[in-house]
Design a protein around this ligand. Structure first.
Ligand code: SF4
Ligand code: SF4
Length: 441
């Protein structure tokens, strides 16, 4: 069986980002492959623990992909400060004997953004609105690489590492079954505030969305940040979009600090958020260049961090993009800058500054322990784990399954991912969104 088929059958999607199906990504040619372990969002520790504890499998997966896409060079991109990960990976790379190098990065945000990582490690610049393959590079999260090595041995994705942090007594990194209810994880970690006052951010504080406490862990859930509903970060996130636009029109002083902090502007891309903020209030028939740059905004949030008036160009861009797409517009920004901005190196933002700015310092630990979460009594697996169409169930109510049984597949000819039972048990519910499995008693 080819690597692409093994990876597709194992249900692997990008673990660190939007969840692009990995079998599609690796069905290509590239000269360089990057395992992304930078984990640049504050508070997350999952990738760091994976690199320490599964270094051999990570390098094995990276080497398999390099071989498959014809790459002569591999990198593991990670922070200079990850001493234990560096030690474990150095041994694993030596054993593997492939042309793989550790790409040591400063502890800055957003060094885990694939555009930024490629420039940091090779100097190449991915075109505006483009993907790494356009510069012959392929980037995947370190856990995805581990899963690729496991897929080659016939093991599908049934669990993942998740950082639990925030208003809980036992912050930690847990290996947890896909579909585990977030409520189970809160109880396990012991909440420090009443659960009804808790707000959950899935992923990191900069880019992660607020999710419902009754949601479940998906294949892309790298962390769960538990905050009190009155925490300043939650308050900023909760301002309705129309109120944010009104505030922006009234308060934006055109200082351009958002532009000077913008990670894509620093790549040399044609985006200047202060120009977009200037025209935000006007309803124009033809969108300006400031508006269409929404297509090349990465939603990293550095503009929000930099703004002295607590405005959010990031959210404004998200809203504009929705409207441009609804109007059927395509991205007109496709230039490839020859060089990044001349001040790129000096304007990097240290991760600790973000942690402090958003009042998260008391939750920050660089050394969370990795533990195994016990098998949950019930899991609810989302049929939409990946970019693409929902998976199609192949089981019926009452079917008995064991961990690893295929329960939903990619519809013929579509983009999506296979889905497997993450615990032994019985199928007790099948809806358009989920498959529920109750564990064997
Ligand atoms: S940083 Fe804030 S106030 Fe300054 S130009 Fe940008 S949005 Fe306006
Ligand atoms: S979120 Fe803000 S800083 Fe990040 S790319 Fe978009 S405009 Fe630039």
């Amino acid at each position: 069986m080819s690597l692409v088929d093994s990876v597709r059958d194992a249900g692997i999607i990008g673990c660190g980002g939007a969840g692009f199906p990995t079998h599609v990504k690796i069905d290509s040619k590239a000269s360089q492959v990057f395992a992304n372990g930078a984990e640049c969002e504050p508070l997350l520790n999952s990738d760091q623990r994976i690199m320490e504890h599964q270094a051999d499998e990570l390098i094995e997966g990276l080497a398999l992909i390099m071989k498959h896409v014809g790459a002569g060079k591999g990198y593991v991109g990670l922070k200079k400060t990850y001493k234990d990960s560096i030690a474990a990976l150095t041994v694993a790379i030596k054993k593997a004997g492939f042309n793989i190098e550790l790409g040591l990065l400063d502890s800055c945000y957003p060094s885990g953004d694939e555009h930024i990582m490629i420039t940091d490690l090779t100097g190449k610049i991915v075109p505006e609105g483009g993907i790494p393959l356009q510069v012959s590079a392929l980037v995947s999260n370190v856990l995805t690489m581990v899963q690729v090595a496991q897929a080659a041995k016939g093991q599908p994705v049934t669990e993942r590492a998740v950082t639990l942090v925030g208003e809980i007594f036992k912050p930690q990194v847990v290996n947890v079954a896909i579909g585990t209810p977030i409520r189970d994880l809160i109880e396990f970690a012991i909440p420090l505030v009443p659960v009804e006052d808790m707000v959950v951010i899935a992923g990191g504080p900069m880019m992660g969305p607020i999710v419902n406490i009754d949601d479940v862990v998906n294949k892309t859930t790298s962390g769960l940040l538990f905050l009190h509903k009155d925490h300043p970060l939650v308050q900023i996130r909760s301002i309705p979009m129309d109120a944010m636009v009104r505030r922006s029109v009234a308060a934006c002083c055109q200082c351009r600090m958002c532009t000077d902090a913008c990670s894509r502007y620093m790549q040399g891309h044609d985006i200047e958020p202060h120009l977009m903020m200037r025209v935000l209030a006007y309803k124009m028939d033809t969108p300006t260049r400031g508006m269409t740059s929404a297509f090349i905004c990465s939603q990293c949030g550095l503009c929000e961090f930099a703004c002295p008036m607590d405005l959010s160009p990031k959210r404004a861009y998200a809203d504009i993009l929705k409207n441009l797409r609804a109007a059927g517009l395509k991205n007109p920004h496709t230039k490839t800058p020859l060089e990044p901005h001349e001040f790129r190196e000096f304007r990097k933002i240290a991760k600790d500054r973000l942690t402090k700015r958003y009042g998260l310092t008391k939750y920050d630990s660089h050394d969370l322990r990795l533990t195994q979460f016990p098998t949950p009594p019930v899991v609810r697996l989302s049929l939409t784990q990946a970019i693409g169409v929902p998976s199609k169930p192949v089981v019926a109510m009452g079917d008995k399954v064991v961990k690893g049984t295929l329960i939903a597949r990619i519809p013929e000819g579509k983009l999506g991912s296979m889905l497997h039972a993450s615990i032994d048990g019985t199928i007790t519910d099948i809806s358009d969104e989920h498959i529920t499995i109750e564990g064997a008693k």
